[in-house]
Structure formats: C-alpha cells, structure tokens
Ligand binder design. Structure first.
Ligand code: N01
Length: 539
C-alpha cells in the first residue's frame, strides 16, 4: 500500500528512519491499517548499516540472533553466511526484508525531518522536512538509532588536511583503496578495532592514534555450514523465545555465580573457555562482573594477560593494556586486533600521553611528534542516545523542545524509554532509558515496535485520541533507571554510554540496565493494566 495522497498531507503516523526500527514499525502500522509515512535521510534502507561501510564492519551479536523473528517465513528464508557477517550482507538482509514486505513505496528517501511540532489545538504533529514538505500526523515515532550521530572531534586544523579523511559512520559507497598509502586511524572503539586489522593489510603504513586502550576478545568468527543453518531454522521458536526473554536478547543469561565464588584455577579455566568460544562468552560468565569491582578486576586481568601474550613488543603491549572496568565500555569482539600490532607496518601512538595538538595539511601533530599521512580515518564514534534526537527540532506542548526539557542531555526523562511527558502521541523506538544498546538491537527493537503498535491499536479500539506519559510515572521511571545504573560499574567509566566522549556533554547513564527480559515484563505489565502511568483524552 502506498500512503494516501491526502490533500492536507495528513497521515496516521510519521516514522523517522528506515533502519531495523523504522522498517518493522512501518510493517506493523500498515498491517493494522494505519496510513504511515517513513522519512529517511539516506537513499536506501538500512540505518546504521547503510552508513557504516568501513572496512571490517560487521555485527557483534551472533547473526542468527541479529535478525527479525516476527515472521517465521522470513526467518526461514534467510541464511546467514557466518557467525558475524559483514556490513554488505546485513544491508542485503534489510533490503530483502524491505522488498519482501513491499515497504519501500511508503518510505520517502533522501529526506531529513527537520522539525516535529505538536499542535495542541489539532492534537496532531506537524512534521517538516528539508525538502519543504509538511506532513500532519496523529502519531510521531522516532526510529533514529542510538548511535547514529557521528562525532568528529573538534581538533584544530581539521579542515587543513590535504589527504582524504573519512568517518567510519559515513563511509563512501565505493571502495576506498588504501594501497600504498600512509593511513592514520583515530579511535579504538568497536569501529576502530574492526577496521584497523583490515586497513593494516592494505595500507603501506598504518598509525593508530589511541586515547584509551580497550579490552577486546576474539570473535572466533567462522562461516556456517549448510547443516548448521538448517538446524538454526528448525530452532526458530527457541531463538525467538531467547530473544524475548533473556537479559540481552541473545542465547546468554548471566552465570549463576559471583566471579569471587570460583577458586583461581576454576575461574581461569572458565575464562579460557570463554576466550576460545569467543564473542561475549566472557561477559556473561558470572552474575556480578558489571557490579563487583574486585571480580571485574580479576576478569580484566585475564584479558590484560592475553594482550601481553599476543603483542610481541612489550612497550606496545603496555600501551594497549586498559585499566578501566571490563565491559563498562561496550565489550568489543575482534578478528586479529592485537595481532595487528605485530606487523612491521603498524605503529601505535598513545595520545593520552602525547595529545594531538593539530591536524596539519600533511598529517597529525602531537605534543612530541609529527606523523605524515595520506589518509585519515576518524573512528571517533557517535553522540550516543540523544545526539540524533537533538538534531531534530522536536517540540511538544507549550512549544517546549525535547532538548530544553532534557536540559541538553543532562537530564533525560522518559516513561519506559518510550515516551516523555509533554510530548503526546510521540514514541521513541529504543529511546533513552530503555535497554537498547545493552544487548542485541534487533531483539529490543522488535519488542518496542510491537509494544507501540499494540498501544496504538488499543487507542484506536478505545476511541482515545491523545495519550501522554504522566509526570509522576516518568519521574519514577527515570529514578529507577538511575538507581539501577548507579549500582553497577558502568557509571564509573568514561564512555559514550555516559556521554563522556562528547566534549561539553553532561554525564549520565540514560540506559535501563535491568535486562531485556525484565524490561519486557514491565512494559507488558503497563499495557495489561490499562497503560498505567499514561493519561488519555478523547476529543
Ligand atoms: O565509537 P566509540 P565506535 N581524540 O565511542 C576515540 C557500536 N558499534 O564507533 O575511549 C582521540 O566506542 C575514543 O577514545 P576514548 C557499538 O555499540 C557496533 O567505535 O573516548 N581519540 C574511542 O577510542 C560501539 O560501542 C559495531 O578515550 C578520540 C573512539 O574514538 C558504538 O557503536 C561496530 C577522540 C570512539 O570509540 C560506538 O563505536 C561499530 C579524540 N578527540 C560500532 N574522540 C558492531 O560490532 C574520540 N576518540 C555491531
């Protein structure tokens, strides 16, 4: 169905973004008979998988969980090639979904929503785009992603560089050829750690500018056999159940024991097994890794020893050794990351010890050296959680903007991470104070989309025109999120979770840490109890 060309440009719902969230939201709304427009800045579907085309980009959730499960037919039609497939394959998957369900005709591509203002008299959202269109919608739903607003640090001389510069989150569509080039990479988060080994193989020379060393564990990536893929398809119900009920929407639950319960040799054996299995095994081995300083240190030390073993040059190994709590920055899985520093053409620069002073026409100048470069890669991350929402001028009742209400990010206030008081009929898919980024995104996205579409169906069935989170419910939810987060080690580390990566951004931890399964139960309970915590209006 193509959206109705209403002369007033009115639709039931406007959805922002055509990534995992927006595509499924569109599907559900259309199935329920709501006229829906999706706006997407890119010229294709995919969201982060459209933009993040850097070498080595792949998911860090196992692929069999990194997909939709709402359609058994879709789940059984699609076959992943490997445990952690690369970006082109994931983008192909999302295009396959969009084509299978004929979603593209309802998506307006190459169009960015610039503002969304709630018109209290009409009880509708007025949504404006950068192409000059205004659409009036009863429901305004954001699916803009949690880590989609690229952070390019404001380094002096940024625009003076004469070589090619790239950000991992805005990578060109055509292949970037680093052959014969001296390449610099700034940043060693997931994007840096995935791209560095691949770039090192191609470039003449690679210099990595590292501010904070990171823990990383081997992905132990491998291709899937036909038999395994068939087996997975037969486990559809089990996989869907795991994605719904577990702590992170994957096959894991946290282990039953504290890190401190195991004697050293047993702990070592378990961690060694986790290392060999790869991925996030280690992270889920114990029940208190993310809450117990002493226990976390024991696990961190195990990974530090691995880094010392892998990296030949002791000085480089020392620079690569992290000292924050393991897992409090997003746990990273890699392919040959630490091994890459044993190559002759790779050099590591510690920019905490010798900060970057400037980008020059010919490279990078730190306080103690100058590095000549032909190409520069910013693997410097994103303004997470709120960055993409704040790029849009979203205004609720009384003309108050979301940015003002949340004090520029210093105080996000939501009810369930889905709604915020003063912004009626607006829903944020994987919004701040939902579990979102602390696990497998497609799982948390499916839950949010299904909750929102059930909610909108409920409003229609009960002839309710306006639904709004109550301030009291919001206060309690935000306080609950903060209380849970403060009991963990997450808040003790500088990370994009805490906003510490963005200069001037207020520190917080706007993510629900109680786990996907528990969160789903809370959301379901709210719905079953007549959407408690919300007020309703019939016009
Ligand atoms: O970004 P990051 P990312 N000077 O913020 C450094 C998801 N993701 O794009 O740690 C020098 O983690 C910064 O240093 P520091 C995933 O959730 C998933 O890598 O702030 N360095 C850090 O090293 C991930 O967590 C996949 O001190 C500067 C790096 O840049 C999230 O996206 C793949 C600097 C940024 O690391 C973000 O990952 C990729 C400066 N001025 C991403 N500014 C999957 O596997 C920043 N840095 C699915």
């Amino acid at each position: 169905m193509v959206y109705s060309q209403d002369p007033q440009n009115q639709v039931d719902a406007v959805v922002l973004g055509a990534g995992f969230s927006g595509l499924y939201m569109l599907y559900r709304l259309r199935e329920a008979g709501f006229s829906t427009r999706v706006f997407e800045a890119a010229d294709g579907v995919g969201g982060v998988w459209y933009w993040n085309r850097y070498p080595g980009a792949r998911c860090d959730s196992e692929s069999v969980y990194y997909n939709y499960t709402f359609s058994e037919e879709l789940f059984k039609e699609w076959s992943w090639s490997s445990r952690y497939p690369e970006q082109p394959e994931i983008l192909r998957y999302l295009n396959y979904v969009a084509d299978k369900f004929e979603l593209k005709p309802d998506i307006t591509f190459n169009t960015r929503v610039t503002s969304a203002v709630y018109d209290e008299a009409a009880n509708r959202w007025q949504v404006k785009t950068d192409t000059g269109e205004t659409v009036s919608a009863k429901y305004f739903i954001t699916g803009v992603g949690c880590i989609s607003s690229a952070n390019v640090p404001n380094i002096p001389g940024l625009n003076d560089f004469e070589g090619q510069a790239y950000h991992t989150g805005h990578w060109p569509h055509e292949k970037v050829d680093f052959t014969g080039k001296r390449v610099g990479v700034i940043g060693t988060g997931s994007s840096g750690i995935q791209s560095i080994p691949v770039i090192a193989k191609e470039a003449a020379h690679l210099t990595v500018f590292q501010r904070t060393p990171q823990y990383s564990v081997p992905a132990q990536n491998h291709t899937y056999t036909k038999e395994f893929v068939e087996e997975v398809k037969n486990k559809y119900s089990e996989i869907r159940r795991q994605m719904k009920e577990t702590v992170a929407g994957l096959r894991f639950e946290f282990g039953e024991q504290s890190v401190l319960d195991d004697p050293p040799e047993v702990r070592r054996q378990k961690l060694q097994e986790g290392w060999e299995k790869g991925g996030w095994e280690i992270l889920f081995t114990y029940n208190d890794l993310l809450a117990n300083e002493e226990g976390n240190e024991l696990v961190a030390e195990f990974i530090r020893e691995k880094i010392q073993e892998i990296v030949d040059d002791p000085e480089t190994a020392k620079k690569l050794t992290p000292d924050h709590f393991y897992g409090t920055k997003r746990a990273i899985v890699d392919t040959d990351y630490f091994e890459t520093y044993n190559r002759d053409n790779v050099r590591l620069v510690d920019v905490k010890a010798s900060p970057i002073e400037a980008i020059t026409p010919k490279g990078i100048r730190t306080t103690d050296n100058e590095y000549g470069l032909d190409a520069l890669v910013f693997a410097t991350g994103f303004d997470g959680m709120t960055g993409s929402l704040f790029k849009i001028d979203i205004r609720g009742k009384d003309g108050v903007s979301l940015k003002e209400k949340w004090e520029n990010g210093a105080k996000t206030r939501t009810y369930l991470g889905l709604t915020t008081a003063g912004f009626p009929n607006m829903f944020m898919l994987t919004g701040p104070e939902s579990p979102s980024v602390l696990g497998n995104m497609p799982a948390t996205i499916e839950q949010h989309v299904e909750w929102v579409s059930d909610c909108i169906n409920h409003l229609r069935d009960n002839q309710v025109d306006v639904m709004e989170a109550e301030s009291q419910a919001e206060e309690e939810w935000s306080a609950h999120c903060k209380e849970l987060a403060d009991a963990t080690l997450y808040t003790k580390t500088d990370s994009w979770y805490t906003g510490a990566n963005i200069s001037g951004k207020a520190r917080g931890f706007p993510i629900y840490v109680g786990g996907y399964g528990a969160y789903r139960e809370i959301c379901d309970d709210v719905a079953v109890n007549g959407y408690k915590g919300f007020s309703f209006k019939q016009v």
